[in-house]
Write a protein that binds this ligand. Structure first.
Ligand code: GLV
Length: 387
């Protein structure tokens, strides 16, 4: 067993073990990837405030997200095609999250279906919904999530049209991969991935195949998005979905204080400050640099969560200190999944929990819920730079 000490260790293994097409899908931002890079580099502009001679016993990373108890405020983000990173990937990730005591969010664009996750887990999971033109499909997906016992609907608002990721086009990204010569040669160097994939029947978009009508090419996320996502999505349509669902609603992809206020007025249970991991509007600001402004804008009218750029427990600490009540990791758990399956997701969560815990101790903080801006050193221009 390799010694894993960081998310980066998992990423290195992941790169070796998973076909290039899926590694590239995970590791891309849109266009120039400026926002993708800023998401992580802006975290490193924040510094932690070292404190000494403070009793550091009795520490706890426990918290709540939308009223649900979590062993640390780090949920698994919805990630499309997770079941292509590793056979039955969503099931494995959901099981790791359940064992760890954090929420798992299933993407609409997953390989394993809502029903698959419900059949292989006992803890309620969260379902991420993309709004399609086909209302029948949307309503059925909501109903399926309800039947599966999902405890929150995460409605993504920043991907009604796809930001271009150059590598996906060049690689001909699809699920399952087409058996072209370059793909075959590359897959031949990933034997464990290939053997596991041959042994599962889950190799296409499980929430869509058999549930959607009139789509030209179901293997391609790009064509599905272009043909099916509803470009007219607005607050009236969001209200229709809220009413149809009737349960906890999280609005994902908010990056502007005005939109955040609107979401709070609307009564969202939480918002996720996010630029979709830098995969959508290239040139947008990093999520962490917008977080303080958005927290101020909504006050305590809705919970503020954030994703985009978290690769360590120190990053989680920084987000919590800037006012996030919860965080999400996407790539950080995908690296673990591709590297070592379910065990790798558990390792990723454990790495982050330990980093958070030790960093809290060295900042003189006993409870993750006590973190606040006092625990950070923030450069003067951190939020003002883009006013
Ligand atoms: C889908 O959510 C993607 O970012 O590819």
């Amino acid at each position: 067993m390799p010694v894993i000490t960081s998310i980066d260790d998992l990423k290195r293994l992941y790169k070796r073990r998973v076909p290039k097409m899926f590694y590239d899908y995970c590791e891309s931002g849109s266009y120039t990837e400026q926002t993708f890079r800023d998401n992580t580099s802006d975290f490193s502009r924040l510094r932690l405030r070292q404190r000494v001679a403070v009793d550091m016993t009795g520490r706890s990373t426990q918290s709540t997200m939308i009223g649900q108890s979590v062993t640390m405020p780090v949920a698994l983000a919805p990630v499309g095609m997770t079941g292509m990173q590793c056979a039955d990937g969503e099931i494995k990730a959901a099981r790791a999250a359940e064992a760890f005591g954090v929420p798992f969010t299933l993407s609409t664009m997953s390989i394993c279906s809502i029903e698959d996750i419900a059949a292989h887990t006992t803890a309620p999971f969260w379902f991420q919904l993309y709004v399609m033109k086909d209302e029948g499909f949307v309503d059925a997906a909501i109903e399926r999530a309800r039947v599966a016992g999902c405890s929150a609907l995460v409605l993504t608002l920043d991907l009604q049209i796809l930001g271009q990721r150059h590598k996906d086009l060049k690689n001909g990204l699809s699920a399952p991969p087409r058996l072209t010569l370059p793909n075959i040669l590359n897959i031949a160097t990933k034997p464990k991935w290939a053997v596991d994939m041959l042994q599962t029947k889950r190799r296409s978009f499980g929430n869509i195949v058999g549930h959607a009508k009139g789509v030209g090419d179901l293997s391609s996320l790009m064509s599905w998005t272009n043909e099916q996502f509803d470009p007219q999505l607005d607050w009236t349509k969001i209200a229709r979905i809220r009413d149809k669902w009737g349960g906890k609603l999280i609005l994902k992809g908010i990056l502007d204080a005005e939109d955040a206020r609107r979401a709070a007025d609307f009564g969202a249970d939480a918002i996720i400050v996010s630029n979709h991991g830098g995969r959508q509007l290239d040139g947008a600001v990093s999520a962490i640099s917008m977080l303080p402004q958005i927290v101020r804008a909504v006050g305590d009218r809705t919970e503020v969560h954030m994703d985009s750029g978290i690769r360590s427990g120190q990053d989680v600490l920084k987000a919590l200190a800037l006012g996030a009540k919860g965080t999400f990791i996407g790539r950080s758990f995908i690296y673990g999944l591709g590297a070592m399956g379910q065990e790798g997701v558990s390792r990723a969560l454990e790495v982050i929990r330990k980093e958070l815990d030790i960093s809290m101790a060295l900042c003189g903080v006993q409870k993750a819920t006590d973190l606040n801006r006092q625990h950070l050193l923030v450069p003067d221009d951190f939020e003002g730079a883009w006013a």
